[in-house]
Design a protein around this ligand. Structure first.
Ligand code: ADP
Length: 562
């Protein structure tokens, strides 16, 4: 209850000194603790920061990886090549979508299979070589035909690299390009080239090809046979190295012309055959151009025309011989006819005299009449023969005049009047009012009209009518037609009656003619550039048509203005 207070007196300085001593110790400890705490805090703070940064970085890396993966996937999909990876055993562990696109299957169908399993058996060893000596690394390539479901085949160019890590094989990576289309095209081109080669090779014509410098590049089998030289001896040689100078000169001048003018050239020359004989040969040369339009070679085809030329020569000789024979025959007939006419004239004269003198003796008169009639027939035959002979030798010497045919025809009609009257025939003539101008030999043309009309009179039944029509048609030709009411002409003989000595089967007996008249007419009309033919008329009788070019066939016919 009574606290005892003891007061101890101490100097301020010593008390302070003792206090300071105590406090400093604590202060040092405090400071040390604070410094330690500060240090620990800093370490912890920095640890946190770096963890945060690492996490951020990891996130960024992940994003980048995901993005690259996406890009890679797109790239893999869009790349035109098939890209694959295999494990060390060669089994496919990855393949891009391109394969599925080409094959029409799915990537999963190939995963786990080996490349060897996918290719055609004949390509397996090539594919196996891709895996050989993997430790050496490096790219290895081959072509392989892949067999697809459904029998389809695709050819790929395959390239592959072994994946090594520290010298240890991790698998293989590779790519494959589909070259099927290129291969098919190459194959077709190859076939085409082989076919063309074969066509050239088996061509029966000798064919060769020289380059622009004139060196032989190619010859075919026929060329070898024709020239008697093996291709192995001549390919690469110039023509001058093995052909005679005159043949080379022909080739060189043709080649020069060809190179100057382009296109192709054809000529005939004599060519050495089999190194022995010279043959007439037709040579065709053509320039061969490359894709850039540059002439690269000259193709030369030989055609042996010796036999043809020989046949031509023989034909010409035969023709000349036959012309000569025809000329001699005509001359002979002309001479003979001429010689026959003189004695015939006397036979006729004397038979007439006999008829006159033997009037008292009817039997004798009859005999002389027979002689006279036979003489007349013979004279007419001889005259016709002479005409034929003359025509054959003098067709080219017609006296052509431009005349109105009406003026040529009327005198003949007057001549025939007595014959018409004798048979009580009526002749209707319609030649029109316009001139029928034509270029003819009037005397010869009268002979045609006279003969055709005489036939019509001869074969017409008594008291019937004959018509003569004449007009100019729209093409400027003159058309004359003589129509009668006679027996007509069998259809199959319509052409034959214009041949010498041919008579129709209907009138053969008893017409008394020689069968030369129409042959002469045909010759004359054709020599005038015209045409003569016969037709039958349904109602009976026949028509003889004569067609002549209006102003002479050698002149131009004015055309209508359009
Ligand atoms: P030819 O009258 O002297 O026998 P042609 O050459 O003039 O000789 O006639 C040949 C043949 O054509 C005649 O024999 C006759 O058979 C036939 N012929 C000619 N004109 C006529 C005609 N108008 N009607 C029927 N037949 C005809």
């Amino acid at each position: 209850t009574q606290p005892l207070v003891i007061m101890v007196e101490e100097s301020m300085d010593s008390a302070m000194a003792r206090w300071q001593q105590d406090v400093i110790g604590y202060l040092y400890v405090g400071f040390a603790a604070c410094a330690l705490m500060l240090l620990l805090s800093i370490v912890a703070w920095r640890g946190l920061r770096s963890r945060e940064a690492a996490r951020r970085m990891a996130r960024q890396v992940q994003v980048r990886i995901a993005q690259s993966e996406r890009e890679l996937a797109v790239l893999m999909r869009s790349v035109q090549e098939v890209i694959f990876r295999t494990n060390t055993a060669g089994r496919i562990t990855f393949v891009n979508a391109r394969l599925a696109l080409i094959t029409g299957g799915s990537e999963s169908q190939t995963i786990g299979r080996t490349l060897q399993e996918l290719v055609e058996p004949s390509y397996r060893s090539a594919v196996e070589n891709l895996f050989a000596r993997a430790e050496a690394g490096g790219v290895r390539t081959c072509q392989a035909m892949f067999h697809l479901d459904g029998g389809r085949q695709l050819l790929f160019d395959v390239a592959m690299v072994p994946l090594l890590e520290n010298g240890k094989l991790m698998g293989y990576a590779g790519s494959a390009v589909d070259i099927t289309e290129r291969w098919v095209a190459q194959q077709e081109l190859q076939n085409e080239l082989e076919f063309r080669g074969l066509v050239l090779e088996v061509n029966p014509l000798p064919i060769s090809m020289t380059d622009i410098q004139g060196r032989l590049m190619m010859v075919n089998r026929a060329w070898e046979a024709y020239k008697g030289r093996d291709r192995a001896q001549v390919i690469g040689l110039r023509l001058a190295d093995f052909l005679p100078a005159e043949e080379v000169a022909v080739h060189e001048s043709a080649d020069r012309q060809l190179l100057g003018e382009g296109g192709q050239t054809m000529f005939e020359t004599r060519v050495l055959h089999g190194g022995k004989t010279w043959r007439d040969t037709r040579i065709t040369k053509a320039l061969v151009y490359d894709a850039g339009g540059q002439a690269t070679a000259i193709l030369c085809t030989l055609m042996d025309v010796s036999d043809f030329r020989a046949a031509e020569r023989l034909t010409r000789q035969a023709q000349e011989a036959s012309d000569e024979a025809a000329r001699s025959k005509s001359e002979f007939v002309a001479n003979m006819s001429h010689e026959l006419r003189t004695p015939l004239q006397s036979i006729m004269g004397f038979s007439e005299l006999g008829m006159f003198r033997s009037k008292a003796d009817a039997r004798l008169t009859g005999m002389f009449e027979d002689i006279h009639r036979s003489g007349e027939r013979m004279l007419s035959l001889v005259n016709d023969l002479l005409d034929v002979a003359k025509l054959e030798s003098t067709v080219g010497t017609f006296q052509l005049e431009r005349v109105d045919l009406r003026g040529v025809i009327y005198p003949v009609l007057r001549e025939l009047d007595p014959l018409l009257a004798q048979r009580k025939l009526r002749l209707d003539v319609a030649l029109g009012d316009l001139p029928l101008t034509a270029k003819v030999d009037p005397v010869r043309f009268q002979q045609v009209i006279r003969n055709v009309l005489a036939n019509a009179i001869k074969f017409s039944p008594q008291a019937s009518s004959i018509t003569l029509l004449g007009r100019m048609d729209s093409r400027g030709q003159i058309r004359l037609a003589v129509r009668d009411h006679g027996p007509g002409i069998p259809e199959e003989e319509l052409g034959a009656i214009f041949e010498a000595f041919k008579q129709s089967s209907t009138t053969k007996d008893g017409s008394g003619g020689t069968g030369l008249g129409l042959a002469i007419c045909k010759k004359i009309v054709e020599a005038l550039g015209g045409r003569i033919y016969a037709e039958n008329v349904k109602q009976g009788g026949s028509v003889f048509h004569i067609i002549l070019p209006a102003r002479g066939f050698s002149e131009t016919i004015p055309a209508e203005l359009q």
